[in-house]
Write a protein that binds this ligand. Sequence first.
Ligand code: NAD
Length: 366
Amino acid sequence: ADWEKQVRHSSTPRRASGFSILVTGAAGFVGSHCSLALKKRGDGVLGLDNFNKYYDPSLKRARQKLLSSHDIFIVEADLNDAELLAKLFSIVPFTHVLHLAAQAGVRYAMQNPQSYIKSNIAGFVTLLEVVKAADPQPAIVWASSSSVYGLNTENPFSESDRTDQPASLYAATKKAGEEIAHTYNHIYGLSMTGLRFFTVYGPWGRPDMAYFFFTKDLLQSKAINVYKTQDNKEVARDFTYIDDIVKGCVGALDTAEKSTGSGGKKRGPAQLRIYNLGNTSPVSVGKLVSILESLLNLKAKKNVIRMPRNGDVPYTHANVSLAYNDFGYKPSTDLSTGLRKFVKWYVSYYGIQPRVKSEAHKKNQA
Ligand code: NAD
């Protein structure tokens, strides 16, 4: 097959030093950023992605092009293709898998529940079955989600808080992923590290997320829906900048123990870890809109809407002391700084001319 030739003949996945990492979901938002960062520091990186059409496929193709210009190849395949995965692991002795492929988004789960089961549960198990049989057995770092906290009312959220009230099917599949990881760790000695990401944003981000479509709506003078909870409180999120998430993923990879089994036989206990990766300072959606207004120099038309029961939770807020203690995770980008970088990328990617001249521009013209 074409991919096989590419993998065999490219130097991409193998390196004399450093790790050899399979990044699933490499054409996705977080996956593309992590792939580039790992490659830049000298690790061998190979991507895998099925390029599904959940959101604009041309954005995934553009990320693929960017990765390709850094000599990173993405195998176009589904996680559920066990045969292909087994072949891949027989060709490349991966030291790590960074598993980021998933059906994301909480609202879409009401339209297409099966896609969540297929990618986040069946696909995850397919991957773990292949890893279990691989020799050497790579350590696995995978994306869980802050959504597992569901309707938790602790503030901030710590890893030991209850996770038995998932508010969406997406959250339920992410929670199921954590249970499945426990099982594979326990039975087969796989080294498993789960990362609960909190609302990740930044350049090359996902068009289905609020900060992204608010920017689009603002630029097109469309009204923005700002949700409030049933008891009229503002919805708030612990928005986390992509570069901070990337640092967290790299830290988790660097501190992952080796798996202790091989070829499906358990040799001894291996690591199972779960960490929050957030920004530790929640911001209301109203404030998010006002930051975007000032960055774009535009005024939003807002519709304030009581939150329907659509899978969203009222707030998220990460306690990240566990990740700080274990691998020095320390978020360093505040929302205004991060959104400025996002907006800069957005207008350049979509070729948008700023419609309101900046003060500096006016002065230059005068
Ligand atoms: P994304 O949708 O941009 O990336 C996921 C990628 O996985 C996509 O490119 C998609 O084509 C691919 N994919 C999906 N199902 C697949 C399958 N069955 N086989 C092969 N490829 C498949 O999403 P993202 O924002 O980059 O998220 C990365 C991970 O982080 C996901 O696991 C997501 O659930 C998790 N997460 C993200 C956020 C966030 O705010 N972005 C928050 C919490 C958790």
